[in-house]
Unconditional design. Structure first.
Length: 223
């Protein structure tokens, strides 16, 4: 099988053929949602457009990535281009440049229709190019990628991500990691027990809005 076929088989076998798209936390029964923001010392507001604000966001995101991925874990890195383009995602884009030892044969491509709205009548313009990278965790410059995601809504400060979304899929641990922007990130797993240790370890970072739902998941009998 090629990379694309293996990727879809992995999703079929472990996530009932789940379509990878936001909001990931609400698309699967076993998930965690983390808060990447911290309140400023002199304010009740979370957001502050400053270097220290984004440094804390990237620090938290990196800490969580390191908790869910061991160096030698096999990874699918899924890159989705949301801006309509007739060409596939270019080989030498910023995201691919953050992956060490990347070879052409490590990448597969496909196109998805009606990504956000399955009933959309905007085809062919509602198409999204997708690239699947097969690699291992230690080859990924994840801090640079997470930093780019954190600045997604602030292209005047840093413009490296463009209109792309990125999903990190841990093949060995059967989990999917998605930082959606500077506010937070989602992690879902085939089995909730895969998440339990990090639910406990990083409980202070659980997003309060979703805390009740997440707590109830781990107070249920083990599956």
């Amino acid at each position: 099988m090629n990379i694309k076929q293996e990727y879809f088989k992995f999703l079929d076998d472990n996530f009932d053929g789940l379509t990878i798209k936001p909001p990931l936390f609400y698309r699967w029964q076993n998930g965690l949602r983390f808060n990447l923001q911290s309140k400023t010392a002199d304010s009740d507001s979370y957001f502050e457009e400053s270097d220290s604000y984004f440094e804390e966001v990237v620090k938290r995101a990196s800490l969580l990535f390191e908790s869910f991925f061991d160096a030698d874990d096999s990874v699918y890195m899924v890159v989705i281009e949301h801006k309509f383009k007739r060409q596939k995602i270019r080989r030498f884009n910023y995201i691919f440049n953050q992956i060490q030892n990347l070879k052409r044969q490590d990448i597969d491509y496909y196109r998805i229709k009606n990504f956000f709205d399955e009933e959309s009548l905007n085809y062919p313009f509602d198409q999204h190019n997708v690239a699947i990278v097969q690699t291992i965790a230690k080859n990924i410059g994840y801090q640079n990628i997470l930093k780019a995601i954190s600045y997604r809504d602030f292209p005047r400060i840093i413009e490296t991500l463009g209109s792309k979304s990125i999903y990190f899929i841990n093949v060995d641990k059967k989990l999917i990691f998605s930082m959606y922007d500077d506010r937070g990130l989602d992690v879902i797993a085939s089995n909730k027990e895969t998440l339990r240790a990090n639910y406990i370890k990083h409980n202070s970072l659980i997003l309060d809005y979703n805390r009740q739902k997440i707590d109830s998941l781990f107070n249920q009998p083990k599956n």
